[in-house]
Ligand binder design. Sequence first.
Ligand SMILES: CC(C)(COP(=O)(O)OP(=O)(O)OC[C@H]1O[C@@H](n2cnc3c(N)ncnc32)[C@H](O)[C@@H]1OP(=O)(O)O)[C@@H](O)C(=O)NCCC(=O)NCCS
Length: 194
Amino acid sequence: MLRPRYPLRTRRLLLRPFEPGDLDGLYAYQSLPDVTRYLTWEPRTREESRLFLRQKMDASTLEREGDWLVAAVVHSGSGELMGEINLGWRSREHRQGEIGYVINPAYHGHGYATEAAAEGLRLGFEEFGLHRVVGRIDARNEASARVLERLGMRREAHLRENEFVKGEWSDEIVYAILRREWDAHRGTTIISGE
Ligand SMILES: CC(C)(COP(=O)(O)OP(=O)(O)OC[C@H]1O[C@@H](n2cnc3c(N)ncnc32)[C@H](O)[C@@H]1OP(=O)(O)O)[C@@H](O)C(=O)NCCC(=O)NCCS
């Protein structure tokens, strides 16, 4: 079981559970085709975002295998909601997890996804005791590949047309990192974005 002591702090960010006042910020990025381009879901209406906000508010911990922990990514200076990270509990027996993230395009290119996801990996490995964490991306999602590589994740697999997304077959790339690789990467690299 993982019940983080929120808020989690990184150099520029605060990670906390979603709250009712996040609807505008959540809808701001969930409504954009640029954001959903390589994701399995379509841009959302405000009402759909309201329903998903409720789910996210209820998902700030990992209680059982299959759960996803969702944390809002907030700028610690302005308090602005910039996106979210997701940490999935894929297997209890094999201590496997999965990392995911979304950042509002208004804040892209400043290393925020890398900084937030690094904290997600730290949570998964150091507080939850995972052995291995994967990141699964659409093969065309170069920005996401850069994030995973900056985190020290290895490209392990290229799966040909294993998903039918938005009317077409798409390739998936699987990245992964082991706990001992994470420890070594943290020792040699400052994972903080800018
Ligand atoms: C993937 C995503 C989270 C990256 O957010 P971000 O805060 O801009 O990421 P960072 O700034 O930490 O790093 C992005 C890296 O990708 C590069 N990049 C940004 N946009 C890019 C693009 N369109 N094409 C190629 N590279 C891009 C940046 O220059 C940076 O590379 P660098 O390490 O060489 O400087 C963001 O693009 C996003 O939310 N996309 C939509 C949702 C999504 O696809 N999520 C991932 C699902 S697997």
